[in-house]
Design a protein around this ligand. Structure first.
Ligand SMILES: [Fe+2]
Length: 263
């Protein structure tokens, strides 16, 4: 993969995304959000790829992967008016359909196309299967980290301003009630990510995003998350409760352990 192809993909992405411009301010806001998200995920992917010493070809693949990972979001928003995969469609699956029918992958070598498609497919799945081929695992981990890093920033910002600027595409319109789900706490105390079907309140959502720490693979991603205080902000908005104290301790110990490994 060369710089010319990356540049073609950048042009293709912008042209495709611009086709979804809308006169409805609610829709337009989310289109702009997804375009911004994509570019920030490109920056994150490049930073992570550099941190592990990837060469020119793999850096190019990482950028194209980041550009296309959420391409299905545009059609999903247009058709269903929602980003909720549970009630609409798997946006990774939809994205692959869009990309494969566009012809943008036509000139790619078969191995590059396979790695891109597999990593896009896996970017929004709960986990990477243990049976996954090693060459796709690296890029799947990279896009999952780059994506989560940006989403944690977007969601923290949204949680801080949702009363003034509600956006149900980001929080499923969940109520900010004092309670939280025992199931979410139990998942975290087992070192697992909280699954979306468990969510009932905003606190469950905060717990879910906190639990993403367990899925972050690259040390540079964890450092960025820590520098930007994303997890601290989520924790500070959870209620004072003995169960939540256990969660905080568990996550803090987990993060301290990860630092110990990589220093
Ligand atoms: Fe996505």
């Amino acid at each position: 993969m060369d710089a010319k192809y990356v540049s073609l993909c950048r042009d293709w992405f912008l042209d495709y995304a611009n086709r979804f411009q809308s006169l409805d301010p609610g829709v337009e806001k989310n289109i702009v959000l997804k375009i911004g998200h994509t570019y920030r995920v490109c920056d994150n992917a490049y930073r992570i790829a550099k941190s592990v010493g990837m060469g020119r070809d793999d850096l190019a693949l990482a950028e194209v992967l980041a550009l296309f990972h959420d391409i299905g979001r545009f059609e999903q928003l247009k058709v269903f008016g929602s980003f909720d995969d549970r009630i609409t469609v798997d946006h990774a699956k939809l994205g692959l359909k869009v990309l494969n029918s566009s012809g943008v992958f036509c000139d790619l070598a078969r191995s590059e196309r396979r790695r891109l498609c597999r990593a896009i497919w896996l970017h929004n799945k709960y986990e990477i299967p243990e049976t996954e081929r090693s060459d796709t695992v690296l890029f799947s981990r990279l896009i999952r980290d780059a994506d989560k890093l940006d989403i944690l920033g977007v969601i923290n910002e949204h949680f801080a301003t949702r009363d003034l600027h509600p956006n149900s595409a980001l929080d499923f319109g969940m109520k900010d009630e004092p309670g939280f789900s025992r199931e979410a706490v139990s998942e975290i105390l087992q070192g697992k990510m909280v699954r979306i079907p468990v969510l009932k309140t905003m606190n469950d959502m905060r717990l879910m995003y906190l639990s993403w720490a367990f899925d972050i693979y690259f040390p540079v991603t964890l450092s960025c998350i820590e520098e930007r205080g994303y997890l601290t902000r989520l924790m500070s908005n959870l209620p004072d409760d003995p169960e939540i104290f256990k969660v905080r301790n568990f996550v803090e110990e987990y993060l301290a352990g990860r630092k110990h490994i990589y220093i």
